[in-house]
Design a protein around this ligand. Structure first.
Ligand code: FDA
Ligand code: NAP
Length: 432
């Protein structure tokens, strides 16, 4: 880690998923672009090593976006950190091209991210969680020009205080469980799926249920059906059946970098149109191939006269209780909202996520952050939270900006460009 000796950084990144990895590279490339461009930076990541939704690295899961929307290409197509550069370094570029597929597996993309992070790893401290950000007391008339971050180690011991001129918060989506359900060793959220699954003896899983009708639910249902040939798999879907993710070209334009301006500078009405017409590009939808694969499995079962895969449509999970060794799931089903119970060995809640929420981290500093009429953060076009004049430091968000910047907020589509814009903003404010 560079600059450890003085522990005052121009940029401190909180969380080191793809967003802040892309930022670390953008800083690296900016530093290389001219003398005096070096900025001191450090990134804290609570996982012990790099991991991108590891518990959902299911064997056949593919990316939801083109490999060209990698960490850098849309900002700098000549970058040495691109997915193509990774393929070249791995000796697989021709083979990848022969495959004629824009959507690599998540496992391959994960390897790419690991390859990229290894090149900037001297700026990253793994096994470290930032627990709070605050502004130091200052008797001077000018507000302080730095923030203090408290960092706990892997054992949860607080200890280190870091000073930052700018912080970039990128702590990711927050798993959401159905009301009335708590996670335990038999009730899982999709975000912890493989980690919990691997602790089980598969032979003991004879009745498993998956709640949700999004990509996570469909992938987990397919995985459980394939991995547990002796088991009954229930899919509790709130819709009539899985709906397809719209990835057609015109709709895909909402993920273009220019769409951020159209959203940000749009009217309430035009912003509403993004959601009304295009929510089905991302939320509660499933890739068409996965839908067809699941249907095929269910139909083949029917032909064979078995029903191992049972779709419970128009069904919501409304609660769970433990009865002896069994997990009893309450379901509300059908047009007349009939309530029924289902005994299973495991329930997987693939029930989605809440947006990134930095309020807890910001603590007292939050009172200096401006909010809109709906109580949401006011965020500048450069992803900096608008603050009162009592704060001079930059607090940037990578995530949690759907209300200001649109649908790409929590996705990979725009991370290359967004990271570049954040670097430009930090540089411009530093030299202003
Ligand atoms: P991400 O969640 O990846 O990283 C946040 C990091 O912050 C984590 O590593 C976490 O440990 C760390 N952290 C949290 N709090 C911390 C703290 N206080 N201190 C230190 N570290 C902290 N999108 C897309 O465009 N295409 C796709 O194919 C997919 N695929 C996909 C699959 C699955 C299974 C999910 C759940 C989501 C996707 N997504 C996606 C959307 C997803 O949000 C996106 O791919 C990235 O994970 C966003 O990267 P971030 O770095 O913003 O968050
Ligand atoms: P999601 O799209 O938000 O879907 C959550 C689903 O859970 C919705 O169908 C929701 O129904 C349902 N639900 C909520 N509460 C429920 C309840 N009580 N009972 C039954 N169902 C309930 O979440 P996701 O599938 O995890 O996807 C999140 C993001 O991750 C998306 O961007 C997705 O593309 C991405 N992802 C990508 C991959 C990949 O790259 N291969 C894999 C997985 C996920 P309502 O619609 O009614 O709320």
């Amino acid at each position: 880690m560079r600059n450890r000796e003085h522990e005052i950084y121009d940029v401190v990144g909180i969380g080191f998923g793809p967003s802040n990895l892309s930022l670390a590279i953008a800083l690296e490339e900016y530093a290389a672009s001219g003398p005096g461009n070096e900025m001191s930076a450090v990134f804290f990541e609570r996982q012990s090593s790099f991991g991108w939704h590891r518990s959902m690295l299911l064997p056949s899961a593919t990316m939801q976006i083109s490999f060209l929307k990698d960490l850098v290409t849309f900002r700098n197509p000549t970058s040495s950190f691109s997915f193509i550069a990774y393929l070249h370094a791995s000796g697989r570029l021709p083979q990848f091209v022969n495959n004629q597929d824009f959507f690599p597996t998540r496992q391959e993309f994960h390897q790419y991210l690991e390859w990229a992070q290894a090149q900037v790893a001297d700026r990253v401290v793994y096994g470290s969680e930032v627990t709070s950000i605050r502004q130091p007391f200052s008797a001077a008339p000018q507000p302080p020009d730095r923030l203090l971050l408290e960092v706990a180690d892997a054992a949860g011991r607080a200890g280190r205080v870091i000073e930052a001129r700018n912080v970039v918060i990128s702590t990711g989506l927050v798993p959401s469980m159905p009301a009335g359900t708590e996670r335990d060793e038999r009730v899982w959220h999709s975000s912890e799926f493989l980690e919990k699954y691997r602790r089980m003896n598969p032979r003991e899983l004879r009745r498993v249920a998956v709640a949700g009708a999004g990509q996570s639910a469909a992938e987990i249902t397919r995985f459980l059906y394939d991995e547990l040939p002796h088991a009954q798999v229930f899919a509790a879907v709130p819709s009539y059946g899985y709906s397809v993710a719209d990835d057609t070209p015109f709709a895909n334009r909402i993920f273009d970098p220019e769409a951020v301006d159209d959203y940000y500078f749009g009217t309430e009405q035009t912003r509403g149109a993004f959601w009304r017409y295009h929510r089905n590009t991302n939320y509660s939808v499933v890739d068409g191939d996965v839908i067809r694969e699941l249907y095929r499995r269910s139909y083949d079962d029917e032909v064979r006269g078995v029903s191992r895969l049972e779709f419970l449509n128009l069904t919501m999970v409304t609660g769970v209780k433990r009865v002896g060794a069994e997990t009893r799931v309450s379901l509300q089903s059908g047009p007349d909202a009939e309530v029924r119970e289902l005994n299973v060995d495991v329930l997987v809640c693939a029930t989605g996520y809440d947006p990134m929420e930095p309020t807890g981290l910001l603590g007292d500093l939050d009172r200096l952050c401006l909010r809109d009429e709906a109580g949401r953060y006011r965020v500048e076009r450069d992803y900096r939270i608008a603050t009162s004049p009592e704060s001079r430091c930059g607090i940037y968000l990578q995530g949690g900006t759907e209300h200001t910047h649109g649908l790409t907020s929590s996705l990979l589509s725009n991370i290359a460009v967004r990271s570049g814009e954040i670097v430009d903003s930090i540089v411009a404010r530093r030299t202003a």
